[in-house]
Design a binder for this molecule. Structure first.
Ligand code: BDR
Ligand code: CA
Length: 320
């Protein structure tokens, strides 16, 4: 099988660990490097969580620590959603895996410059590392096939009325990435709010029969509670548990289950009420050429099947 070479940039974060689960369960992906963002938590915590979770699921991959804070904005984290440690109440493993001695940007440059074919970047946090990479090392652009990013939204936010968390945290980074000329696929809230798990499906998770699945269910229970406290305008929304980041990998392994269109997208940098809002020009007001492939819908059942299959695959691998 021809594999897709991938670099993952993440900020675990509960749904980031579920994204890593899908990524490491899929034979289609050749994961060459994992870099860590500050985002849901400070960089020390997201790095620890990445090392701890990857140690638990038994993968050996280079993990490189990224930048400490957003480009210009004051750092804001999401411990209210992911917990103080970032992974609910669950302890995964004391890390055996150690962070690389190369910082994230250097590690990405080295991997990209040695690549024999263009690499896909999966990004599921604020885009600080990726923006810094593209700004400081434009020579790597031809080595990047595309960036599959969870972030932004065409309509409605979760951090403010109009802004999604990852875009809100570092809008200047989003702007640099959107303007870079590198193709971007945006799994924003428009699609990730359709990629939810129900409470019934959550119960089924714990019955998959492996200690891994039980721990996932325990962690997700925490997330279910914190997400149910999030206000939103759709009735019944509190019953739907969103695993946003999983979409960025699911799109790579099963693009046929998603629908999207190409649009010109820019981000609000200075709005006093709207910072981090991604403006998706679906009415073609700007007349500018599309720079982002915006996903807007997903076959939810196929997505859940993919997710459950990944939990089963990793759970069984650990028991073998
Ligand atoms: C995004 O924000 C974070 O809290 C999640 O990990 C996800 O990347 C959803 O808005
Ligand atoms: Ca994330």
């Amino acid at each position: 099988m021809k594999k897709i070479p991938v670099i993952i940039d993440c900020d675990p974060g509960i749904d980031d660990t579920m994204m890593l689960t899908l990524a490491f369960a899929r034979p289609e992906l050749d994961i060459q490097l994992v870099t860590v963002e500050a985002g849901n938590l400070t960089i020390d915590k997201t790095t620890y969580n990445t090392l701890s979770f990857l140690t638990y699921i038994g993968v050996d991959v280079e993990v490189a620590k990224g930048l400490q804070q957003p480009m210009l904005r004051k750092q804001e984290v999401a411990e209210d959603i992911h917990g103080e440690g970032g992974l609910g109440n669950v302890k995964w493993a004391e890390p055996i895996l150690q962070a690389s001695n190369r910082p994230a940007i250097q590690a990405m440059v080295d991997v990209l410059m040695k690549a024999t074919e263009p690499i896909t970047i999966v990004a599921t946090g604020p885009l600080t590392n990726i923006a810094a990479l593209l700004f400081a090392h434009p020579e790597v652009k031809p080595a990047i096939k595309e960036i599959s990013w969870m972030g932004g939204s065409a309509v409605g936010g979760n951090m403010s009325t109009t802004a999604e968390f990852n875009a809100y945290v570092d809008p200047h980074a989003v702007e640099l990435v959107f303007r870079s000329g590198v193709p971007v696929i945006m799994s924003g809230l428009d699609v990730t709010h359709k990629a939810y798990i129900t409470r019934e499906e959550m119960k089924a998770l714990s019955h998959l029969g492996t200690p891994f699945a039980e721990k996932v269910a325990e962690m997700m229970n925490f997330y279910t509670f914190t997400q149910s406290q999030t206000p939103f305008y759709t009735p019944g929304f509190e019953e739907q548990i969103r695993i946003h980041d999983v979409c960025a990998v699911a799109y790579l392994v099963a693009p046929e289950i998603f629908k999207g269109d190409d649009y010109f997208v820019e981000v609000e940098l200075n709005g006093s009420l709207t910072q981090g809002t991604t403006l998706v020009d679906y009415v073609n007001k700007t007349g500018k050429a599309p720079n982002v492939h915006v996903l807007h819908s997903v076959d939810r059942q196929a997505f859940i099947d993919l997710f459950f299959h990944a939990i089963t695959t990793i759970g069984q691998k650990l028991e073998a």
